[in-house]
Design a binder for this molecule. Structure first.
Ligand code: G6P
Length: 371
């Protein structure tokens, strides 16, 4: 009913706007009096966590993309090798898993069959399993050795939104936790990163307060037959998620690519009829910002419409952006928490304009409990 939707037209839109609160709740009460991070439940000892030599994240759909984002942070903070794999692939390829492997499963519902089967398979080989889940008492956390709950609240819209953002946050908490236990990152560094994370709800709110340009974009592109999304580093999974949302909701063909791969294929698709979204990394110590801006130039030189997501005050991008979506300044690893939001809104808006059922897209289920 309209009341349950708080006056929004769709649960999805309501859930998009709940994201500042959802992220804040996921971050709430995560440290003890000494500033040490806490897990919700765990039967894995600190000793066992120090012995871990590999992390494999397994998930499906949007949760898989949250895992792809998390890889950048987890490896950076913990110096443990981290693979991310689709649950449906993991089980059947004879993965190398043993008692020193930590398998991290991400699932909003906690009931996705492929993810559950991956857990069972991993535990049979002696691996420890850590669940990141939004549903208390669901099957996946029950069958895991440890759990971090995302406190997003119930997610009704089939396409995951606040589920995704809170999954990324929970994975970051896990990365910091492991770093703390293993000593690759110490108390004050962990506290500093947590403080940066605590500022993201306000930054997400600022993105939500400034959506005029995204709404106009949806109107402009309502008849586009195909849309491309490019990103690099932690922005690469954001591009994949932007494309997935458009497929799920608007039934438009869309693809996400790593910006660095442009020359290895996607550039052949580019012409005046293909809108291209590009997530530009914040200016950092590396060269990625400049490299992605060259990609934007290359795309524009071929006549495509460029839709650029970049941090505010980025003077280098404006000249090459047909449409500019600005994001508050945050460190590179936190940018996915902001850059995903306009892409969610874009897909929701465009699907609404097309007259589709945004909350229940055709052929999709909220929770896929069959293989
Ligand atoms: C379905 C949903 C997606 C979700 C995926 C994984 O495909 O439509 O939105 O990302 O399942 O679900 P989970 O509950 O495991 O996160």
């Amino acid at each position: 009913t309209a009341a349950e939707k708080d006056g929004y037209d769709w649960f999805m839109r309501k859930e998009i706007f709940e994201q500042p609160r959802a992220v804040a709740d996921t971050l709430l009460g995560r440290t003890d009096a000494e500033g040490r991070l806490l897990l919700d439940e765990s039967s894995i000892s600190a000793e066992e966590l120090r012995a871990i030599d590999k992390i494999i994240v397994v998930a499906c759909g949007t949760a898989f993309y949250a895992g792809l984002v998390a890889k950048y942070a987890i490896e950076h903070w913990t110096r443990i090798s981290c693979e991310v794999e689709l649950a449906s692939e993991f089980r059947y390829r004879d993965p190398i898993v043993d008692a020193r492997t930590l398998v991290v499963t991400i699932s909003q519902s906690g009931e996705t069959m492929d993810t559950l089967m991956a857990i069972r398979h991993a535990r049979e080989q002696g691996a420890k399993v850590m669940a990141i889940c939004n549903t208390n008492g669901s099957t996946i956390p029950r069958e895991s050795d440890a759990v971090i709950y995302t406190h997003a609240g119930p997610e009704i819209g089939v396409a995951s939104t606040k589920g995704f953002l809170t999954q990324v946050v929970a994975c970051y908490l896990l990365g910091l936790y492991l770093a703390q236990v293993r000593g690759t990152k110490f108390g004050d560094e962990v506290a500093a990163t947590l403080a940066e994370l605590q500022r993201t709800p306000e930054a997400i709110q600022r993105v939500l307060d400034d959506l005029e340009v995204v709404h106009k974009l949806a109107r402009d592109l309502v008849d586009a037959p195909s849309v491309l999304f490019l990103g690099r580093h932690a922005g690469y999974p954001v591009a994949l998620e932007g494309a997935l949302k458009l497929k799920e909701l608007a039934y438009i063909h869309a693809e996400g690519f790593a910006a660095g791969e442009l020359k290895h294929g996607p550039i052949a698709l580019i012409d005046t009829d293909l809108p291209v979204f590009v997530v530009v990394p914040p200016k950092g110590r590396d060269q990625l910002h400049d490299k992605v801006i060259s990609n934007v130039q290359e795309i524009r030189a071929r006549g495509a419409r460029t839709i650029v997501l970049a941090e505010e005050g980025d003077a280098d991008v404006a000249a090459y952006a047909d449409t500019l979506i600005t994001l508050p300044k945050v460190p590179t690893l936190l940018q996915p928490l902001l850059a995903t939001v306009p892409l969610q809104v874009f897909a929701c808006e465009l699907a609404t304009l097309k007259g589709h059922d945004v909350d229940q897209p055709r052929n999709l289920a909220k929770s896929v409990t069959v293989e």
